[in-house]
Design a protein around this ligand. Structure first.
Ligand SMILES: [Cu+2]
Length: 252
């Protein structure tokens, strides 16, 4: 009896300590197949570039663009301008819905970038969405964080991060949803936890060429104002906080 109690307790600790990944995508509210190749038999439908664990990526990591190892996968999802895209996040490979998608201590912005799949190492990542902070709302754990961060909203939406597919020229692209968790980064940018995925999409139609964007990992720095340091526990510190990557870019 005693040993099974200890086991249960240890399992609970592992979940609490766990982080998060994108495991699937919805297009116009219709679920695509499981996309991360991490459940049995799902390699054949994998459209999210390979990610070996739900651990964060830290400042300076060469895997900042597409997570680790971030290698290309077989499938490209068909999308078109104006589609409602949702990235589904969960900390647990098996998507146990009783657990939070992300530990509620993980406050920070939730963003999306797009890049042409032919160039992911240049100034090619264009920010198309960013949910940073709003004054209203409150932290569910009452942990002295004021206002509501993108992560808080993501948790309250059960890990569903929704954005609109911009009108880009036909071709293959990577969509890159991103979470930046700043709970440990009140002073040290090296403690900021980045979570991201590269979703492979094939765009039809004839929208605009992508403008220049930022470079990953180089544009994410620990410099003052770089967006990787924030004391979340100072009242309303989210008000003046600006996330990395600059403003959202309007395409077209
Ligand atoms: Cu974490």
């Amino acid at each position: 009896m005693k040993s099974s109690l200890i086991l249960a307790f240890t399992a609970g600790l592992q979940l609490a300590a766990a982080h998060t990944t994108v495991f699937q995508v919805q297009i116009n509210d219709k679920p695509a197949p499981r996309g991360d190749g991490r459940s049995p038999g799902s390699k054949a439908t994998q459209y999210i570039r390979e990610v070996s664990s739900n651990k964060p990526i830290y400042l300076g990591d060469q895997h900042m663009a597409c997570n680790n190892p971030g290698t290309p996968v077989p499938v490209w999802l068909d999308v078109k301008a104006g589609d409602k895209i949702s990235a589904l996040w969960h900390h647990d490979d098996m998507k146990n819905n009783r657990d939070p998608v992300l530990d509620p201590s993980h406050h920070g912005p939730v963003q999306v970038y797009i890049a042409p799949s032919s160039n992911i190492t240049g100034n090619s990542w264009v920010k198309i969405a960013s949910d940073v902070w709003t004054k209203d709302g409150h932290d569910p754990r009452n942990d002295k964080v004021t206002g509501t961060y993108g992560t808080d909203r993501l948790i309250s939406k059960s890990g569903v991060q929704t954005f609109t597919m911009p009108s880009v020229a036909a071709g293959n692209y990577l969509l890159r949803p991103e979470i930046i968790a700043l709970h440990g980064a009140s002073k040290d940018a090296k403690q900021a936890q980045m979570y991201m995925a590269c979703i492979q999409v094939k765009v039809s139609g004839n929208g605009s060429p992508l403008p220049a964007g930022i470079k990953l990992p180089d544009s994410y720095t620990g410099a003052p104002g770089g967006g990787l340091v924030l004391d979340l526990y100072i009242k309303d510190s989210g008000r003046t906080y600006k996330p990395p990557g600059g403003p959202v870019v309007r395409i077209g």
